[in-house]
Design a binder for this molecule. Structure first.
Ligand SMILES: NC(=O)c1ccc(NCc2ccccc2N2CCOCC2)nc1
Length: 248
């Protein structure tokens, strides 16, 4: 997958994509990441990329023309069509379902706003969709872009070894349940003992216990994610059993 990021801080994107799973995926050609800086496309000796807002008010607004030339260069760098995705507090909240949708694309262009945002006429002319990471304010869209790069890269075929399979992640299942608890050595510790079932070697019982923990954890922590009407009979039994055990 190719991702082009339009940002005043391309070095930030390079750094955040150089490590771990994303770094390895890039090395293995599963991800092609390019940064494009609007300042490189700004005219005049001050190379302005922002200016004061009409109507007054604090801060500055990113100008149309440098972004327009920068985006044109990014698009021209590869023949594959690409949606232009703007990270903004006014966007549609990012979900794993949206991540899966984006991960299936051959290419996308991420647009990072700074200052107070971007001239609305540029957004109307060039932006395919706006995505928000959540209801909070950041000083730029770059962290959002880095989140999307990471989340979609994990889903590229071959990006995760078997050991790190994305299938067990939270939100990954059909209903998008939270992940179960995880344990490793030592089995006995002053802070507690690893649940016996995980050391039983009974893989069916282990899978059932993990499913039950995911169901219970989702029901307790994020009931908004759990549509109990969509649960299978088996899942409903597991959840009921876990709730009774907790209620004791
Ligand atoms: N929730 C999110 O996904 C999110 C995304 C970006 C972002 N900031 C960049 C930005 C982008 C667009 C418009 C305004 C702004 N801001 C600039 C700085 O001032 C506040 C508004 N903040 C939060």
């Amino acid at each position: 997958m190719r991702i082009d990021v339009v940002t005043l801080f391309p070095e930030f994107m390079a750094q955040s994509a150089a490590l771990g799973v994303v770094g390895r995926a890039a090395e293995r050609g599963l991800l092609e990441l390019h940064g494009w800086n609007p300042r490189d496309y700004a005219e005049g000796n001050y190379r302005r990329v922002d200016d004061r807002p009409f109507g007054g008010g604090p801060g500055m607004v990113m100008l149309i023309e440098p972004l327009r030339a920068c985006l044109a260069a990014a698009k021209a760098a590869d023949p594959a069509p690409a949606p232009v995705i703007y990270l903004s507090p006014q966007g549609t909240p990012l979900t794993q379902a949206k991540v899966r949708e984006l991960a299936a694309l051959p290419r996308m262009i991420l647009l990072c706003g700074r200052y107070e945002g971007i001239d609305e006429r540029f957004l109307e002319a060039e932006v395919t969709e706006e995505i928000s990471l959540g209801d909070y304010v950041l000083s730029g869209g770059e962290l959002g872009a880095a989140v999307i790069v990471d989340a979609v890269t994990r889903l590229q075929e071959g990006a995760l070894g078997d050991a790190e399979s994305a299938a067990q992640d939270s939100f990954e299942g059909p209903q998008g349940l939270l992940d179960c608890p995880h344990y490793s050595h030592p089995a006995q510790h002053e802070w507690g003992t690893v649940p016996d079932v995980l050391r039983s070697g009974n893989h069916a019982a282990i899978a059932r216990w993990r499913r039950q923990q995911s169901l219970l954890r989702t029901a307790l922590r994020r009931p908004d994610l759990l549509d109990e009407g969509q649960l299978s009979k088996a899942d409903r039994v597991l959840l009921e059993q876990a709730r009774q055990a907790v209620a004791k």
